[in-house]
Design a protein around this ligand. Structure first.
Ligand SMILES: [Zn+2]
Length: 362
């Protein structure tokens, strides 16, 4: 990365001073070390074994795969963000949800942000989504046409919750929305699903019969256009830090009532305080994240795109024989790294294969 401007340095100094006032220790940071700049610039994943390092809001991951822009039962939204990357288990979970949801009567998934190719803090938005185990799914049903790239960038999601009452808009909520969340919560690997408190309340008030899945549905600010699906740390990731288990009860009692008091909605007392992603340096992330940044990538995004079948099994990458430049999408001549085997499809097991990526306008 090019050396930074004096202005950026000054801004960092201001941020550091602001943090010092709060009593938080802060690493002296140059712009070069700011983790979100480094991870935000990565265009491709590592061509190494899939592994999550650190915590959902403080970490990175290797061996990412992309969900194709289009599948039989999904479309990726906001493609310019390049956040359709995740741990292979996350991508497989989304693909599975898309099929099951369609069988349940939902028209298909509109997929929002998953993670950057190598995770890490993002240039904009999201405190979490850093280790490849978080995904945002829109609460807007998929249109019955393949959208153009422009449409995917610009189409608005549907706001499901009234800003003032924090209650779900009854005209918009359907049993299919409930079924979609129930399906997502049914997977053992899904540990929690974040929704707006109004959506949690709607489920608490209307779900009959088996309510055991409601404990995974957690109220949180935002999440009124989409829900956030989080899976647990996966095998092969000894340095992935698990989150606290959700309480076993349905969460419809006192904790939910708190969301319908004034308390959670008071204006932020310190709106100008820097966000974690703006001050996080490489020193704040697990040590392995430096190696994740330095690891070679596949030749192209397509080579690391999920292509149906079972979960792509990432193989450990061999030690490079010679110092090798990380491949880029532009390097058409380089041999595929040996670790490309990581992304070849395992035999078909009756899973529909996504259509090839269409050439989109714009
Ligand atoms: Zn999210």
């Amino acid at each position: 990365m090019k050396s930074s401007t004096r202005a950026t340095g000054a801004r960092n100094a201001v941020l550091a001073a602001a943090l010092a006032l709060t009593g938080l220790a802060v690493q002296p940071a140059t712009a070069e070390e700011r983790a979100k700049d480094l991870f935000g610039a990565e265009k491709l994943p590592t061509a190494t074994a899939a592994q999550s390092f650190g915590f959902y809001s403080k970490g990175c991951f290797s061996g990412g795969v992309a969900i194709p822009m289009d599948g039989p039962t999904w479309q990726v939204m906001r493609p310019s963000r390049n956040r359709r990357w995740g741990h292979p288990a996350m991508i497989a979970t989304i693909e599975r949800l898309s099929r099951d949801a369609v069988a349940d009567g939902w028209p298909g998934l509109l997929i929002g942000d998953i993670a950057q190719p190598r995770g890490g803090p993002m240039l904009t938005g999201h405190a979490s989504h850093q280790i490849g185990l978080d995904a945002d799914i829109w609460l807007t049903p998929m249109p019955d046409r393949t959208m153009t790239r422009t449409q995917r960038e610009n189409m608005s999601a549907t706001l499901m919750v009234d800003d003032k009452t924090h209650l779900v808009k009854d005209a918009l909520w359907t049993p299919a929305h409930t079924a979609l969340l129930r399906r997502a919560a049914s997977y053992p690997q899904v540990e929690r699903i974040l929704v707006n408190p109004g959506i949690k309340k709607k489920l608490c008030d209307t779900v009959k019969g088996d309510r055991s899945w409601l404990h995974k549905i957690r109220p949180f600010w935002g999440h009124d256009y989409h829900f956030h699906m989080r899976i647990g740390c996966q095998p092969g990731s000894p340095n992935c830090k698990a989150q606290e288990a959700t309480p076993a009860d349905d969460g419809c009692g006192k904790p939910l009532a708190w969301w319908f008091t004034q308390e959670p909605w008071r204006p932020n007392k310190n709106p100008d305080a820097p966000k974690a992603r703006d001050v996080m340096t490489m020193a704040n992330l697990p040590r392995e994240c430096r190696a994740v940044l330095d690891a070679p990538g596949p030749a192209t995004a397509e080579a690391a795109t999920y292509n149906g079948g079972a979960v792509p099994v990432a193989a450990a990458a061999p030690e490079p024989q010679t110092p090798s430049e990380p491949a880029t999408a532009a390097s058409g001549t380089a041999d595929l790294p040996a670790a490309m085997n990581a992304f070849t499809a395992t035999p078909q097991v009756g899973v529909p294969v996504p259509r090839p990526r269409p050439r989109l306008g714009n």
